[in-house]
Structures are given as C-alpha cells and as structure tokens.
Design a protein around this ligand. Structure first.
Ligand code: ARG
Length: 456
C-alpha cells in the first residue's frame, strides 16, 4: 500500500515505481531515520498529541525495526518506496494502528532532510578521523627524512633543493585545510529540519529545540520552507570531499612520477603496487592512479548535483532525491581511498641515494646569486651574472663548481674564494631557514606544530 492511497484509484505504474523508489540506496539511512522517529514520537507525547504510553509503544516498535535492520533481517515489502515508508510500514505491522500516529505533523520532506543531515554529519566525522590517520602517517615518514635532500620542482623542472620531509609535509597542510573544510561544513549542517512539516511548519506544539538537541544537532532550523528545500549541506560536503580528493590526486601524481625508474626516488611496497599480466618487470602504482582517477568522478558528483539544484523552485521537489547517490558514492569512495593512501605512504621506501643523485648543481644557481647579494650586488644584477655563469658552464661542458675562480671573476669581480662554500646541497637547504622553509630546523618546527594539531 502506498502512503497516498486515499487520493488515487490506481496503483503506480511498475516502471514509474522502479524509477521513483529510493529504497535501493536510502536504506543506508535506517539508523538515522529510526532515531529521528524515536525522538519525534516523544516530542508528540510532550506536545500532548499522543499519550506517553502510545509514544513508548511506538518507540518499542521502532527499536525492534532497528534490530531487524542491524541484524540484516529486515524484510522489504512491495510498496516500500523509501526508507521512511519501509520503517513506518513495519512499525505499524509490529505495534498496530497506534504506529499510524507517528507521522502526525511530519512529512517525509522534513524527515528526509533530518535523516540525511544526521547521516552526513556522521560521515564528516568519519572522514575527519581517516584524514587524521593519513596526516599522522605523513608526519611519521617525514620525520625520518628531514635531512634527506631532494630536488624541488617548479614547472616539473629542477628548481631548488628541499628535503623529502618538506615535500611530504606540504600535503599535511593541504589535508589540514580539508579537515577544516569538513568541520565547517559539518557546523553548517548541524541544523535540524524536523518539525518543519511538508513546507509550512506544523500546528502541533512539538518542542523543536528539544528535538534538535536530542538528535545531536546544534539548533532547529529557522525557516521551514528553507529547511525542506535546500541541500546546500550536500553540496558543501561534496565540495569538501572533492578538494580533499584533489589533494590526494596531486600527491598521487607526485608519487607516480617519483616512483618512475627515471626518477627512482621512491619504491612502493609490494602490497601497494600491482604487476602486469604480460610484462614481468612492471611495478605499477595502481592505488595512486585510482586516487587520481576517482577524483574525476567525485568532481562529477559535485557538478552534477549543483546542476540538479540550480533550477529548483521553492519547496521540496523530487529532484532532491538525487542528493543521496551522489553523496553516498563520494563518501564511500573516500572511505576506501583514504586508508589505502595512508598505507601506501606508510610503507613506501624513500631512496635517499636516488634523490641525492638527482641533485644537479644548477639547483644552486639561486644560492650563487644570493652569494653575490651577500657581497652587496643588487639581486637583479646578480641574477644576470649567474645567468652568464650557467651559460658559460654549459658551453665548457662543466658543472658550476668545476669552473675555476678566474673564469667566475671574468664574469664578475665580486666572486671570491669563499664561493666554494655555495656548492653544497646541504648548505643550500640549511640556508632556507625562514618560517615554513625547507631547512631542517624549519621543518622540525613545522613537524612540531603538525604534531600539536594531531594531538588535539
Ligand atoms: N525518498 C524521498 C527523497 O529522498 C523522500 C522524500 C519524499 N517526499 C516527497 N514529497 N515525495 O527525497
């Protein structure tokens, strides 16, 4: 039996039902739906709409429905269009007609908005925890490589020496902002629609403040029409997820490049790489490619859902049912992805020798210019002089440090014997001791701050 049988003389067309039904995916919301109903039954009793005894009968019935779902014993029936319909149908089977009093003053519109906000708040909490574990893995690996010098890149061209720790820690801070985005999205979604009715509110004096508090929301919504119509919390969450995935995708791309034998900076653990069915030598970083690839789909979930929202008139529209698959998919994808990225990082090997071998002296050109600056030359001029030095070295087929002092002096008299000290990658890294810089001391401070964040 459908929920609106009174108005219609014929049941829905079977193909429409298949299109319309959401039980195939929204059953995931059963716990939130039942919790919302338990609190709502008590609110109805509080308002004197039903007796306390009736409320407790309903609550008992709802608990049984919850147990059936928990134990995977819940039997779907024909006409269980969505989770709300299914739970109510079963409740009435268990407790009889009194179960029919539960929906007084309530609509599936305020119900679904409440359920889905609750579910999304919990999903955000789960992702925050998984992100924290990933950040902890980054810190653990970074701490071992504060002194491991590697080339830093801009435009994917060798730029200046940094440390492997500095490279890794850059992702810690990206994830820190992702975490903050998830938490601020969660703050905005912690507003309870229940008690908004279909769109206009309810004539029954349910205590909306109490309902909100009991369900773990910060407060009740301020406008019943807004509460049932909008899904900006879904878009917020999808966006927070997208940006996080985008960061993971960029980390993945670095790992793919650095694990390519032409770089050889890192080797993935056997458990987190895959081979080829044909080429025996292959070691592919599939988990990283999946991180990169899945990000595309996640971005699609966000843009697709924004397109769903943009033309909707006020009030609930069935288009809004599209919110669920987009977000369920996004959250599930992240739940699978984050632990694998974490484990891949935890178990990757950093090849210090390969990193060292990739350090070419042109990475020190900026240091050479800074040396001239230290001797009073304006930077713009120093840049030009070192440009000449680099060109001369290339023409002579020598590295910068192989050029005799006399040759350097031919370009600029400012060069002196102490220039030799510039040609050290460790020296170069140590120089960049600014707050947030790549020098070991600065990276240690950065890691200390990261650990402080992890511990609170
Ligand atoms: N399954 C629906 C959804 O997910 C529940 C709300 C239905 N409301 C309605 N007026 N048809 O959006």
């Amino acid at each position: 039996m459908s929920l609106w049988g009174g108005r219609f003389s014929e049941p829905s067309d079977e193909e429409l039902r298949q299109l319309n039904d959401s039980i195939g995916f929204d059953h995931i919301l059963y716990a939130e739906d039942i919790q919302g109903s338990i609190i709502y039954a008590r609110a109805l009793a509080g308002a004197g709409v039903i007796t306390v005894a009736e409320a407790e009968t309903i609550v008992r019935g709802l608990r049984q429905v919850m147990e059936e779902f928990d134990a995977n014993r819940f039997q779907l029936a024909v006409g269980d269009e969505d989770i709300h319909t299914a739970v109510e149908r079963r409740l009435i089977e268990i407790v009889g007609d009194v179960g029919g009093k539960l929906h007084t003053g309530r609509s599936r519109n305020d119900q679904v908005a409440t359920d889905f906000r609750l579910w999304t708040m919990r999903a955000a909490d789960g992702l925050v925890e998984a992100l924290r574990r990933l950040q902890a893995a980054i810190v653990t690996v970074a701490e071992r490589h504060i002194e491991t010098v590697m080339p830093g890149y801009t435009h994917l061209q060798p730029a200046q020496p940094i440390s492997a720790a500095h490279w890794l820690m850059s992702f810690f801070w990206m994830l820190e902002r992702d975490l903050d985005r998830l938490q601020s999205a969660r703050r905005r979604m912690a507003v309870c629609p229940l008690g908004s009715g279909a769109l206009a509110g309810t004539p029954f004096a349910v205590d909306r403040q109490q309902i909100a508090t009991d369900l773990g929301f910060d407060r009740p919504s301020a406008n019943s029409l807004d509460a049932v119509s909008d899904r900006d919390f879904v878009a917020d969450m999808l966006y927070a997820i997208c940006l996080c995935a985008t960061h993971l995708s960029r980390l993945a791309e670095d790992i793919l490049i650095y694990s390519n034998p032409a770089f050889g900076f890192i080797t993935l653990d056997d458990r987190y790489s895959t081979g080829s069915s044909l080429m025996p030598q292959k070691r592919n970083a599939d988990p990283m490619e999946l991180a990169r690839g899945k990000t595309g789909r996640l971005i699609g979930n966000l843009t697709g859902f924004l397109s769903t929202l943009k033309g909707l008139p006020s009030g609930y529209n069935k288009d809004l049912q599209e919110d669920k698959e987009a977000l369920f998919d996004a959250v599930e994808t992240m739940r699978r992805l984050l632990p694998v990225v974490e484990a891949t990082l935890r178990h990757l090997r950093i090849n210090e020798e390969a990193m060292a071998a990739a350090l070419t002296e042109d990475l020190l050109a900026t240091d050479l210019a800074d040396y001239l600056v230290g001797r009073g030359m304006p930077f713009r001029q120093a840049h030009h002089v070192v440009g000449n030095v680099v060109r001369m070295a290339a023409e002579r087929g020598e590295t910068l440090s192989q050029l005799p002092l006399s040759a350097l002096k031919d370009i600029s008299q400012v060069f002196a014997d102490d220039v030799a000290a510039v040609f050290s990658f460790e020296h170069s890294a140590r120089q960049r001791n600014s707050l947030g810089g790549a020098a070991p001391e600065a990276v240690r401070a950065q890691i200390a701050e990261a650990k402080a964040r992890l511990s609170n």
